[in-house]
Design a protein around this ligand. Sequence first.
Ligand SMILES: [Fe+2]
Ligand SMILES: [Fe+2]
Length: 353
Amino acid sequence: MYGNDFAVPEEPLNAAETPEYSAALQDQADGVLDRDGEGTPHFDELIAADKRIEPRDEMPQEYRDTLIRQIAQHAHSEIIGMQPEGNWITRAPSLRRKAILMAKVQDEAGHGLYLYSAAETLGMSRDEMLDRLHTGRQKYSSIFNYPTLTWADAGAIGWLVDGAAIMNQVPLCRCSYGPYGRAMVRVCKEESFHQRQGFEILWALMQGTEAQREMAQDAVNRTWWPALMMFGPPDTGENASGGHTEQSMAWGIKRFSNDDLRQKFIDMTVPQAQKLGLTLPDPDLRWNAERGHWDFGPVDWDEFWQVVKGNGPVNAQRIAHRVRAHEEGAWVREAATAHAAKQARDEKKEVAA
Ligand SMILES: [Fe+2]
Ligand SMILES: [Fe+2]
């Protein structure tokens, strides 16, 4: 059913289709970043040797805190990110589109679960993380504070938002913290499907009527700049705004600056927009042969900070919905806990018998 009824560009469509991801996948299979189990080297030695830190290892408190903040924020983004597209499942234009979108949204729930589990290995419980999300003490990606107004938004989100997320996440496959890096390898594989389904939604719309093409263009106009903001504020050059980049790079958590990742994303995406027949809403976008990169116009960081502070179009709605879902799911958590306790009792009995 999911045939190649659209033109697949020959270049990689997202960062998970680049040699960088294949190399990380191979390293994981070969256990390159793993330890041979000999002794417990000091944290600094492990970082210097590009080896992984595991939950049992000693680590500086700041390293632990940085990872909890980053992984929890990532987990929250996965589950809050279910809302904008979940909003379209019942209204997707065909049964096939509904099935694909439902699978995609379900994948995001799975990503949230891997990531909460990874963060729990650092010593913060899932309850505590969710409590911090619900009370605004931990953030999620600001991109999800924009509404999805038309069906084309499902396409723009898959193509641009999942595409930007993968660009951020492929380098994290080599993160120095083992559980996070291993989760990222699997997450990126799935995100790659998400990005392709977004591209395909837009491709289909662009082959359609004038009204469908306009709808696709409008969704891209609204999504492009917030997608570029997903890489975070400038952290190199004269516009650098502090932040955690330098320390995170020294610890092997982060491998590229926000600016480098943003540029890579733009360079990969512009030819795809051309293939789709869509115009990216930036009059300053032009190829710079000298740099070998696309130049682009200024990002509105005031808008970014407004949304981060809670003043985006749907911040309050997203959190209210999340809290309601959590409260309505209380009986499921209670039932699962009771079931686990019963199973543990039964196993004990079996052992005793
Ligand atoms: Fe995801
Ligand atoms: Fe995704």
